[in-house]
Design a protein around this ligand. Structure first.
Ligand SMILES: [Zn+2]
Length: 360
């Protein structure tokens, strides 16, 4: 099926893609087309985390969403049981969870891909463990709070983090002020998203004060932001091509990716800032500590069999219990004696870097 792309990066490239596990946090206008592209490329295992459901207001940007997925705002959760009861009351209508829609998309493209759709926020108990178990993390979330949460985790667990974002500034009186899109590579041995100016402090403050956030603990932002599929596609294209290169080693002799913030209004790409020497996340005590030394292991319990798609809350998928269970042997773990916690983590990190290319 992927013979023509093998002509580009070799059969080994296809194998590397097949062996890769990518976690995508955020299944909206950025995450959805990223997941679709990863499935077409043949990434063998994909985890998607997003607490949101499809609505008429976002259906124009969710790849694969159908009219029926937007649900009926008049229905209650009890009538159709589509939305998990634990958080249904916090959500308008009863649309299909975005993580479930993307499971359908992935399955339609390639039913042999392992897909795990978690419809909870990434801060929910058990969700982060699934994210840091992946080889690479991608963020395309709506909120700055969740981006910082994942960025910190990527630093702690030394996972490569590919981040995409958009920022459209429209003023009621002055009209369109700016359109900016951003793509950064962060995480393992790189500057954190705070240092790369990829996290807006004002938005974190606003999100923290939002009543819905306080009441439900959900990623809901006050006010509506402009969001358009064509603008989303700019960082999605840069991110997916960079991830393709990273996973396969394509053009490995050329250094770096086209990261930074692109201003569509001035047609200029501004390079990323550098890591701050005193940053507590990427140059401080938190770096590479993992979960205070607890080994990160894939449990195997949450794996689906090929041709199936598994979606649900962390509890419904048994992930909360899974993280406590006996860890399955990691596919990247070397043979031999039981490694210490620290060595187990380092082994995973080294294997990730060695398996791909030393670009980080
Ligand atoms: Zn930093």
């Amino acid at each position: 099926m992927r013979d023509r792309q093998a002509l580009l990066h070799g059969a080994g490239g296809n194998t590397r893609l097949r062996d890769a596990h990518v976690a995508v946090v955020g299944a909206g206008g950025l995450g959805a087309p990223i997941v679709q592209t990863l499935a077409h490329l043949g990434v063998g295992e994909i985890t998607v985390v997003d607490p949101d459901v499809v609505e008429e207001s976002n259906r124009s940007r969710i790849v694969g969403a159908r009219p029926a997925d937007a649900g009926d705002p008049e229905r209650t959760p009890d009538e159709d049981g589509v939305v998990p009861a634990a958080w249904a009351e916090a959500i308008d209508g009863c649309g299909t969870p975005k993580a479930e829609v993307l499971g359908r998309v992935v399955s339609d493209i390639d039913p042999s891909i392992y897909y795990h759709g978690i419809y909870e926020e990434v801060q929910a108990p058990g969700a982060l463990e699934q994210v840091v178990a992946a080889d690479v993390i991608v963020t395309g979330t709506d909120t700055a709070t969740s981006r910082r949460f994942v960025s910190e985790a990527a630093q702690q667990y030394l996972r490569p983090l590919f981040n995409a974002g958009t920022d459209i500034d429209v003023d009621d009186d002055a009209g369109l002020r700016s359109i900016a899109t951003s793509f950064q590579v962060s995480g393992a041995n790189r500057a954190c998203l705070d240092c790369l100016d990829a996290i807006n402090e004002d938005r974190i403050d606003a999100e923290g004060e939002d009543e819905d956030n306080l009441e439900y603990g959900l990623d809901l932002v006050a006010g509506e932001q402009p969001s358009v599929i064509t603008i989303n596609q700019e960082p999605v294209q840069r991110l997916t091509f960079a991830l393709h290169r990273f996973l396969t080693g394509l053009l490995a002799d050329r250094h770096g990716f086209q990261t930074g913030t692109y201003s569509a209004t001035s047609d200029r790409l501004v390079s990323d800032a550098e890591a701050a020497p005193d940053c507590q996340f990427c140059n401080g005590a938190f770096t590479a500590t993992g979960d205070r030394g607890v080994p990160i292991a894939k449990t195997g319990l949450y794996r689906t069999t090929p041709s199936t798609v598994e979606t649900g809350s962390v509890a419904e998928l048994g992930l909360d219990a899974a993280v406590e269970k006996e860890p399955a042997k990691d596919k990247a773990e070397p043979e031999g004696d039981e490694p210490s916690n620290e060595h187990s983590l380092l082994a995973r990190i080294k294997s990730t870097v060695a398996r791909y290319i030393p670009q980080l």
